[in-house]
Design a protein around this ligand. Sequence first.
Ligand code: ZN
Length: 82
Amino acid sequence: MKICSRKDCPFNGELQSEKNFSKDERRKSKLQPCCKSCFKIYCKINEDKTRIQRKQYREKHKDALNVERKTKNLILVLISIS
Ligand SMILES: [Zn+2]
């Protein structure tokens, strides 16, 4: 039996079966410090974050491209005037 290391664990510091922990060979205990339930939650949060970051990046990039296009158009206008 093992207690999950995460404070926001749905098991709330209760003892859980080792089956609820993923294996981690690099650790002395050979088990991950947080349980599978936490991993699911944690991974989902990360997934959402990555999705938001990707979206923000795309939007930033889009703006930069628009500015570039506008600048090019302005230069073309200036050239045609002169
Ligand atoms: Zn947990």
